[in-house]
Design a protein around this ligand. Sequence first.
Ligand code: ZN
Length: 143
Amino acid sequence: MSLDDLYQELILEHARYPHHHGTLSDATVSLEAQNPTCGDEITLQLKLEGEEQRIAGIAFSGHGCSISQASASMMTDLVVGLTAQEALEKVAAFQDMMRTGEAREELGDAVALAGVSRFPVRIKCALLGWMALKEAVETAKAG
Ligand code: ZN
């Protein structure tokens, strides 16, 4: 099995059985994001705690293509338990990977999406959950 095949498997696995899928009853931030080009929609909820705005809980719901759903699932796995600042650094690393196509090991399962950078039309699908996270964290900071 090639690395590409393994990555493909991982993406399909997350799309089929997304992690942290659902809603939080005690969310402190809630945000909807859309990618009209593809029809992807995500509602992201966070429970942020303490001065560092640590992500104590995270959940997403919505629908869309496999890439958008898998990417959101991978993102939630990665950032749960991190502080807002650490989460923003992960978002920046993911954006960088989408721009350069260079695999970033610190992105956990989301490293499997590195190849999406070769398909500009799918990059927005992959970014959807991450951009929602960024906006949610920044909204919480400002509020
Ligand atoms: Zn999509």
